[in-house]
Design a protein around this ligand. Structure first.
Ligand code: HSE
Length: 316
Protein backbone atom coordinates (compact mmCIF):
# COMPACT_ATOMS: atom_id res chain seq x y z
CA UNK A 1 0.00 0.00 0.00
CA UNK A 2 1.33 3.44 -0.97
CA UNK A 3 1.47 5.83 1.97
CA UNK A 4 3.31 8.75 0.43
CA UNK A 5 3.28 10.35 -3.05
CA UNK A 6 5.22 13.33 -4.42
CA UNK A 7 4.12 15.18 -7.57
CA UNK A 8 5.67 18.14 -9.39
CA UNK A 9 3.43 20.51 -11.38
CA UNK A 10 4.63 23.12 -13.86
CA UNK A 11 4.00 26.85 -14.14
CA UNK A 12 1.65 27.89 -16.92
CA UNK A 13 0.54 30.86 -18.96
CA UNK A 14 -3.17 31.41 -19.48
CA UNK A 15 -5.10 33.16 -22.24
CA UNK A 16 -2.28 33.39 -24.86
CA UNK A 17 -3.86 36.67 -25.94
CA UNK A 18 -7.35 36.09 -27.36
CA UNK A 19 -8.12 32.83 -25.49
CA UNK A 20 -9.30 34.38 -22.21
CA UNK A 21 -10.16 31.62 -19.69
CA UNK A 22 -9.94 29.06 -22.53
CA UNK A 23 -6.26 28.62 -23.51
CA UNK A 24 -3.43 27.49 -21.28
CA UNK A 25 0.16 26.43 -21.90
CA UNK A 26 2.37 24.58 -19.42
CA UNK A 27 5.86 26.12 -19.11
CA UNK A 28 9.05 24.60 -17.74
CA UNK A 29 10.04 27.90 -16.07
CA UNK A 30 9.13 26.87 -12.50
CA UNK A 31 7.56 23.94 -10.63
CA UNK A 32 5.63 23.45 -7.38
CA UNK A 33 6.10 20.18 -5.51
CA UNK A 34 3.42 18.59 -3.34
CA UNK A 35 3.88 15.50 -1.17
CA UNK A 36 0.81 13.79 0.28
CA UNK A 37 1.23 11.40 3.21
CA UNK A 38 -1.38 9.30 4.95
CA UNK A 39 -1.66 10.38 8.58
CA UNK A 40 -4.01 9.43 11.43
CA UNK A 41 -6.63 12.12 11.00
CA UNK A 42 -7.47 15.53 9.56
CA UNK A 43 -5.66 17.56 6.91
CA UNK A 44 -2.35 19.09 7.90
CA UNK A 45 -0.36 21.50 5.72
CA UNK A 46 3.40 21.67 6.13
CA UNK A 47 5.27 24.38 4.26
CA UNK A 48 8.13 26.81 4.67
CA UNK A 49 6.61 29.21 2.13
CA UNK A 50 4.36 32.12 2.99
CA UNK A 51 1.08 30.55 1.94
CA UNK A 52 -2.04 29.86 4.02
CA UNK A 53 -1.73 26.81 6.31
CA UNK A 54 -5.51 26.58 6.69
CA UNK A 55 -6.65 23.86 4.23
CA UNK A 56 -9.79 25.88 3.40
CA UNK A 57 -7.65 28.80 2.26
CA UNK A 58 -4.91 26.85 0.55
CA UNK A 59 -5.38 25.69 -3.06
CA UNK A 60 -3.82 22.26 -2.43
CA UNK A 61 -5.64 21.94 0.89
CA UNK A 62 -8.99 22.63 -0.69
CA UNK A 63 -8.38 20.06 -3.43
CA UNK A 64 -7.50 17.40 -0.84
CA UNK A 65 -10.55 18.32 1.26
CA UNK A 66 -12.86 18.07 -1.76
CA UNK A 67 -11.39 14.78 -3.01
CA UNK A 68 -11.38 13.26 0.47
CA UNK A 69 -15.08 14.07 0.80
CA UNK A 70 -16.01 12.93 -2.71
CA UNK A 71 -14.27 9.55 -2.38
CA UNK A 72 -15.21 9.07 1.30
CA UNK A 73 -11.57 8.68 2.37
CA UNK A 74 -11.25 8.14 6.12
CA UNK A 75 -7.44 8.55 6.40
CA UNK A 76 -5.95 11.84 7.50
CA UNK A 77 -3.64 13.52 4.97
CA UNK A 78 -0.46 15.52 5.44
CA UNK A 79 0.26 17.98 2.64
CA UNK A 80 3.83 19.17 2.21
CA UNK A 81 4.08 22.05 -0.25
CA UNK A 82 7.25 23.45 -1.77
CA UNK A 83 6.56 26.52 -3.89
CA UNK A 84 8.83 27.04 -6.86
CA UNK A 85 6.48 29.30 -8.82
CA UNK A 86 6.35 32.94 -7.71
CA UNK A 87 2.81 33.66 -6.47
CA UNK A 88 0.73 36.44 -7.99
CA UNK A 89 2.73 37.05 -11.18
CA UNK A 90 0.54 35.37 -13.80
CA UNK A 91 2.29 32.03 -14.06
CA UNK A 92 -0.34 29.78 -12.53
CA UNK A 93 1.25 29.44 -9.11
CA UNK A 94 -1.93 28.59 -7.16
CA UNK A 95 -3.09 26.35 -10.02
CA UNK A 96 0.15 24.33 -9.94
CA UNK A 97 -0.18 23.48 -6.25
CA UNK A 98 -3.81 22.49 -6.87
CA UNK A 99 -2.82 20.39 -9.91
CA UNK A 100 -0.03 18.60 -8.03
CA UNK A 101 -2.39 17.91 -5.11
CA UNK A 102 -5.11 16.43 -7.36
CA UNK A 103 -2.66 14.16 -9.18
CA UNK A 104 -0.94 13.10 -5.94
CA UNK A 105 -4.31 12.29 -4.31
CA UNK A 106 -5.29 10.22 -7.34
CA UNK A 107 -2.05 8.21 -7.08
CA UNK A 108 -2.13 7.88 -3.29
CA UNK A 109 -5.57 6.26 -3.34
CA UNK A 110 -5.27 4.51 -6.72
CA UNK A 111 -8.33 6.29 -8.12
CA UNK A 112 -7.20 6.27 -11.78
CA UNK A 113 -9.24 9.36 -12.62
CA UNK A 114 -9.28 10.65 -16.19
CA UNK A 115 -7.85 14.02 -17.30
CA UNK A 116 -11.13 15.93 -17.10
CA UNK A 117 -11.83 14.75 -13.55
CA UNK A 118 -8.32 15.63 -12.38
CA UNK A 119 -8.69 19.10 -13.92
CA UNK A 120 -12.11 19.52 -12.30
CA UNK A 121 -10.77 18.68 -8.82
CA UNK A 122 -7.69 20.86 -9.31
CA UNK A 123 -10.00 23.69 -10.41
CA UNK A 124 -12.00 23.37 -7.22
CA UNK A 125 -8.84 24.38 -5.35
CA UNK A 126 -8.32 27.49 -7.45
CA UNK A 127 -11.36 28.92 -5.73
CA UNK A 128 -9.23 29.41 -2.61
CA UNK A 129 -7.08 31.99 -4.34
CA UNK A 130 -8.98 33.43 -7.31
CA UNK A 131 -12.47 33.44 -5.80
CA UNK A 132 -13.89 32.00 -9.02
CA UNK A 133 -13.07 28.79 -10.84
CA UNK A 134 -11.36 29.01 -14.19
CA UNK A 135 -9.63 25.97 -15.56
CA UNK A 136 -7.06 27.33 -18.03
CA UNK A 137 -4.04 27.23 -15.70
CA UNK A 138 -4.98 24.02 -13.86
CA UNK A 139 -5.69 22.19 -17.12
CA UNK A 140 -2.25 23.12 -18.48
CA UNK A 141 -0.55 22.25 -15.22
CA UNK A 142 -2.28 18.86 -14.93
CA UNK A 143 -2.08 17.74 -18.57
CA UNK A 144 0.93 19.71 -19.88
CA UNK A 145 1.32 21.19 -23.36
CA UNK A 146 -1.36 23.43 -24.87
CA UNK A 147 -4.93 23.10 -23.65
CA UNK A 148 -8.33 24.34 -24.76
CA UNK A 149 -10.93 24.40 -21.99
CA UNK A 150 -14.61 23.96 -22.71
CA UNK A 151 -17.00 24.24 -19.78
CA UNK A 152 -20.55 23.07 -19.06
CA UNK A 153 -19.68 20.25 -19.14
CA UNK A 154 -15.96 20.55 -18.51
CA UNK A 155 -14.02 19.11 -21.44
CA UNK A 156 -10.33 19.74 -21.97
CA UNK A 157 -8.65 19.30 -25.34
CA UNK A 158 -4.87 18.92 -25.24
CA UNK A 159 -2.51 19.55 -28.13
CA UNK A 160 1.22 18.82 -28.14
CA UNK A 161 3.07 22.10 -28.86
CA UNK A 162 5.65 22.42 -31.65
CA UNK A 163 9.19 21.41 -30.65
CA UNK A 164 10.66 24.83 -31.41
CA UNK A 165 8.20 26.99 -29.47
CA UNK A 166 9.95 29.19 -26.91
CA UNK A 167 8.75 31.87 -24.53
CA UNK A 168 10.50 34.80 -22.86
CA UNK A 169 8.73 35.77 -19.66
CA UNK A 170 9.51 39.10 -18.02
CA UNK A 171 8.44 39.19 -14.38
CA UNK A 172 8.39 42.78 -13.07
CA UNK A 173 9.53 43.45 -9.51
CA UNK A 174 6.39 45.23 -8.38
CA UNK A 175 3.96 44.82 -5.49
CA UNK A 176 0.91 42.93 -6.62
CA UNK A 177 -2.51 43.50 -5.02
CA UNK A 178 -3.59 40.85 -2.49
CA UNK A 179 -6.48 39.46 -4.54
CA UNK A 180 -4.67 40.21 -7.80
CA UNK A 181 -6.63 37.89 -10.09
CA UNK A 182 -9.93 39.23 -8.74
CA UNK A 183 -8.72 42.82 -9.17
CA UNK A 184 -7.46 42.24 -12.71
CA UNK A 185 -10.70 40.47 -13.68
CA UNK A 186 -12.60 43.47 -12.38
CA UNK A 187 -11.13 45.82 -15.01
CA UNK A 188 -12.30 43.74 -17.99
CA UNK A 189 -15.22 45.37 -19.86
CA UNK A 190 -18.61 43.73 -19.32
CA UNK A 191 -19.75 44.60 -22.83
CA UNK A 192 -17.62 44.24 -25.95
CA UNK A 193 -17.97 45.30 -29.56
CA UNK A 194 -18.92 42.60 -32.03
CA UNK A 195 -15.98 43.64 -34.26
CA UNK A 196 -13.57 43.07 -31.31
CA UNK A 197 -15.10 39.68 -30.60
CA UNK A 198 -14.64 38.75 -34.28
CA UNK A 199 -10.98 39.83 -34.21
CA UNK A 200 -10.27 37.81 -31.06
CA UNK A 201 -12.14 34.78 -32.35
CA UNK A 202 -10.21 34.81 -35.63
CA UNK A 203 -6.88 35.00 -33.82
CA UNK A 204 -7.85 32.36 -31.26
CA UNK A 205 -8.84 30.03 -34.10
CA UNK A 206 -5.51 30.69 -35.82
CA UNK A 207 -3.65 29.83 -32.60
CA UNK A 208 -5.41 26.44 -32.48
CA UNK A 209 -4.54 25.87 -36.14
CA UNK A 210 -0.95 26.82 -35.32
CA UNK A 211 -0.71 24.24 -32.52
CA UNK A 212 -2.34 21.54 -34.65
CA UNK A 213 -0.05 22.21 -37.62
CA UNK A 214 3.03 22.75 -35.39
CA UNK A 215 3.32 26.18 -36.97
CA UNK A 216 5.10 28.36 -34.39
CA UNK A 217 5.00 31.47 -36.60
CA UNK A 218 1.21 31.22 -36.87
CA UNK A 219 0.85 30.74 -33.10
CA UNK A 220 3.12 33.70 -32.38
CA UNK A 221 1.66 36.17 -34.83
CA UNK A 222 -1.91 35.33 -33.74
CA UNK A 223 -1.22 36.30 -30.12
CA UNK A 224 -3.37 39.43 -30.47
CA UNK A 225 -6.03 40.42 -27.99
CA UNK A 226 -8.13 43.56 -28.45
CA UNK A 227 -10.45 42.92 -25.49
CA UNK A 228 -8.65 41.98 -22.26
CA UNK A 229 -5.09 43.23 -22.86
CA UNK A 230 -6.08 46.89 -23.48
CA UNK A 231 -8.03 46.91 -20.21
CA UNK A 232 -5.35 45.23 -18.09
CA UNK A 233 -2.21 46.81 -19.51
CA UNK A 234 -2.69 49.89 -17.31
CA UNK A 235 -1.84 47.69 -14.34
CA UNK A 236 1.62 46.92 -15.78
CA UNK A 237 4.17 49.76 -15.73
CA UNK A 238 5.81 50.18 -19.15
CA UNK A 239 3.73 47.45 -20.83
CA UNK A 240 3.55 49.15 -24.27
CA UNK A 241 7.29 49.71 -24.33
CA UNK A 242 8.03 46.14 -23.17
CA UNK A 243 5.80 44.81 -25.95
CA UNK A 244 7.17 47.11 -28.63
CA UNK A 245 10.77 46.33 -27.66
CA UNK A 246 10.17 42.58 -27.72
CA UNK A 247 8.58 42.71 -31.17
CA UNK A 248 11.46 44.84 -32.47
CA UNK A 249 13.92 42.30 -31.03
CA UNK A 250 12.24 39.54 -33.04
CA UNK A 251 9.36 38.19 -30.91
CA UNK A 252 6.48 36.80 -32.97
CA UNK A 253 3.83 37.93 -30.48
CA UNK A 254 3.64 39.46 -27.01
CA UNK A 255 0.90 39.65 -24.40
CA UNK A 256 0.15 39.60 -20.67
CA UNK A 257 0.80 36.22 -19.04
CA UNK A 258 -2.49 35.18 -17.39
CA UNK A 259 -3.80 37.96 -15.21
CA UNK A 260 -0.35 39.60 -15.18
CA UNK A 261 1.79 41.42 -14.32
CA UNK A 262 4.32 39.22 -16.16
CA UNK A 263 4.64 39.85 -19.88
CA UNK A 264 5.22 36.92 -22.22
CA UNK A 265 6.82 36.94 -25.66
CA UNK A 266 6.49 33.98 -28.05
CA UNK A 267 9.32 33.03 -30.34
CA UNK A 268 11.09 30.20 -32.12
CA UNK A 269 14.12 28.50 -30.69
CA UNK A 270 16.84 30.79 -31.96
CA UNK A 271 19.59 33.17 -31.00
CA UNK A 272 17.18 36.06 -30.59
CA UNK A 273 15.74 34.80 -27.28
CA UNK A 274 18.36 36.55 -25.12
CA UNK A 275 17.94 39.68 -27.22
CA UNK A 276 14.17 39.60 -26.64
CA UNK A 277 14.73 39.23 -22.87
CA UNK A 278 17.10 42.20 -22.82
CA UNK A 279 14.66 44.27 -24.87
CA UNK A 280 11.83 43.47 -22.45
CA UNK A 281 14.02 44.39 -19.47
CA UNK A 282 14.83 47.72 -21.10
CA UNK A 283 11.13 48.31 -21.61
CA UNK A 284 10.48 47.88 -17.90
CA UNK A 285 13.52 50.02 -17.05
CA UNK A 286 11.95 52.88 -19.04
CA UNK A 287 9.24 52.85 -16.36
CA UNK A 288 11.78 52.56 -13.53
CA UNK A 289 10.81 48.94 -12.96
CA UNK A 290 13.20 46.04 -12.53
CA UNK A 291 12.33 42.63 -13.86
CA UNK A 292 13.51 39.04 -13.95
CA UNK A 293 13.50 37.36 -17.37
CA UNK A 294 13.16 33.66 -18.05
CA UNK A 295 13.52 31.76 -21.32
CA UNK A 296 11.34 28.68 -21.27
CA UNK A 297 9.59 26.05 -23.35
CA UNK A 298 6.37 24.05 -23.06
CA UNK A 299 6.33 21.51 -20.24
CA UNK A 300 4.80 18.12 -19.54
CA UNK A 301 2.01 18.12 -16.99
CA UNK A 302 1.76 16.79 -13.44
CA UNK A 303 -0.22 13.81 -14.76
CA UNK A 304 2.27 12.87 -17.41
CA UNK A 305 0.75 9.54 -18.26
CA UNK A 306 -1.18 8.73 -21.39
CA UNK A 307 -3.85 6.90 -19.35
CA UNK A 308 -4.96 10.18 -17.79
CA UNK A 309 -5.98 11.52 -21.18
CA UNK A 310 -7.89 8.44 -22.31
CA UNK A 311 -11.35 9.63 -21.40
CA UNK A 312 -10.66 13.32 -22.11
CA UNK A 313 -12.14 14.77 -25.25
CA UNK A 314 -9.11 14.36 -27.48
CA UNK A 315 -5.45 14.69 -27.54
CA UNK A 316 -3.15 15.44 -30.47
N1 HSE B 1 -7.77 33.41 -17.40
C1 HSE B 1 -7.45 33.94 -16.10
C2 HSE B 1 -7.43 35.44 -16.17
C3 HSE B 1 -6.13 33.41 -15.67
O1 HSE B 1 -6.82 35.96 -17.09
O2 HSE B 1 -8.00 36.08 -15.30
C4 HSE B 1 -5.74 33.93 -14.31
O3 HSE B 1 -4.93 33.05 -13.68
Amino acid sequence: MVSKVTVKAPSSTANLGPGFDVFGLAMDAFYDTVTLTKIKKGIKIITEDSIPANPEKNTAGLVVKNMKKKFKIKDGIGIKIKKGIPAGFGMGSSAASAAAAAVAFDKLFGLRLNGNSLVEFAGSGEKASAGTIHYDNVAASVLGGFVIVRTDPLDVIRIEPPENLRMCVAVPTIDVPKKKTKVSRGVIPKKIKLSDSILNLSNASAIVAGFLNKDTELIGNSIKDVIVEPARQRMIPGFSKVKQNAIRAGALGVTISGAGPSVIAFSKNSDSLKKICRAMSKGFTSSNTKCQTIICKPSKGAADKRKYYEKSSCCF
